[in-house]
Design a protein around this ligand. Sequence first.
Ligand SMILES: [Zn+2]
Length: 404
Amino acid sequence: MIDSHLVLNNCSQILTMTGGGLGIVEHGAVRIEDGRIAEVADHPLVAADGETEVDCHGRVVLPGFIDPHTHLVFGGWRQNEFEMRLAGKTYREIAEAGGGILSTVIHTRLASEDDLYNRALERLHEMFAWGTTTVEVKSGYGLDTEAELRMLRVTRRLGELEFCRVVPTFMGAHSVPKGTPKATYIERLETEMIPAVAAAELARFCDVFCEDFVFNAAESTRILEAGKQHGLVPTIHADEIESSGGAEVAARVGAASASHLLQPSDDGLRAMARAGVVAVLLPGTCFFLREAHKSPVAKMRGLGIAMALATDFNPGSCPMLAQPLTAQFGCIHYGLTIEEALRGITVNAAKALRLDSEVGTLEPGRTADIVVTDVPDYRHIVYRLGHNPVWMTITGGRIVHRQF
Ligand SMILES: [Zn+2]
């Protein structure tokens, strides 16, 4: 780890992600002072005294990747369900057979706080090696106050590490715990769990799994409004398995983002566009689950909805940690352009987390979270299927990862 005064010279392309596109600067250089971007130039820069020069040897430079939707903290994997799904079982059949989220809840409740932390830390290192410098992490495998707080404390400890920014989300409304009537659980969320999370300042966002067979639109609205009353910004799992009015809820409560959106209604999409809700697309999940529906990206594009991309990393429906792969699935499986995919894992992902004044673009004043990719042309980041393009990662102006 070295000083936070750096000059990156000899970059073949710098993708600043400004001006509504990729904002490409050819043959340029970047100056970093005190952990922030001071200058992006279209010519080489001279390193001053006290500045460290990095010769990028013609590599491509862009903002550190941002993953705005993950379930990083959990106990136990679910490879058995993967096998069941390959044999033709549906999400609901697997859940009814005791699998799904509730099986992860059992393993998460049994795990110690240190155990959860150590497992999540290993995953965070893997994400980081793929260029992720900001990650959102949801609770939701505890489903009681103590277990949810434990997950969020683990997330807070991860956030104390200096190589990655961690954004915590309370998702007690991920499922209804076994043996508890739904109405009782919703009341517990409102009167006990959300206030406890807010009092401990353990979350920035409040999320809900909106599906008619989990929390319907009215119940989701109620839970997200309760979160808002305690200062938690709403976000939502919307219209994934069935069309359930989730996009409409996102617009109604003023959510920062809505995720999944495989089957949103046209009215819902229009409402999202009006309300400025960012669509967080999860093409890795859609691919992994072999979903029949895909997010209607042409409609979203037409309405001007900002599209972000996330891994949705979790043990059941997408055990994938790599944002470059998400971008590849976004293009190949969903039909995004390369520009949309790269904006989806940087600037639009920052918007989804309401961090776009801090990260997601390379411009003066922004935090210097940067990946240097070992490719000759930015399109290779998406084109080289399965390839890890990351050569160097810089977080807050410090070089924290370097491929030799
Ligand atoms: Zn999710």
